[in-house]
Design a binder for this molecule. Structure first.
Ligand SMILES: [Zn+2]
Length: 110
């Protein structure tokens, strides 16, 4: 008998989905150097940030953090929806946080 239990959500799955969304929705324009991790936090479900060199301020990489609460849901559908939202942040530019530019980018997914 085949097990009905779903595969556990992993960072590798998130990375694969990121690459797929990047190809399908962003013409591969989003950065490839993105780190994904799960953190204990209560203020939001996920957050995207940019890491820069402390001295030169040169761009190093982006990081998308998922909250432990979101991760514990173990729902691929929810996690991928949140992932796409964070990718819109990358597409809009992180300085355009939930503003008009962000909304214009987000609306293409409604
Ligand atoms: Zn957001």
């Amino acid at each position: 008998m085949k097990s009905k239990r779903k595969k556990k959500l992993t960072i590798a799955m998130i990375r694969r989905q990121y690459d797929q969304y990047n190809r399908s929705f962003f013409r591969n324009s989003l950065p490839k150097a993105v780190t994904f991790l799960v953190v204990k936090r209560r203020d939001c479900l996920a957050e995207t940030s940019e890491f820069v060199d402390a001295k030169t301020k040169a761009h190093l990489h982006f990081q998308i953090e998922f909250s432990r609460e979101l991760w514990n849901l173990q729902s691929r559908r929810v996690a991928y929806t949140i992932l796409l939202h964070e990718m819109v942040h990358l597409a809009a530019g992180l300085h355009n946080n939930h503003n008009k530019v962000f909304e214009a980018n987000r609306k293409t997914f409604d």
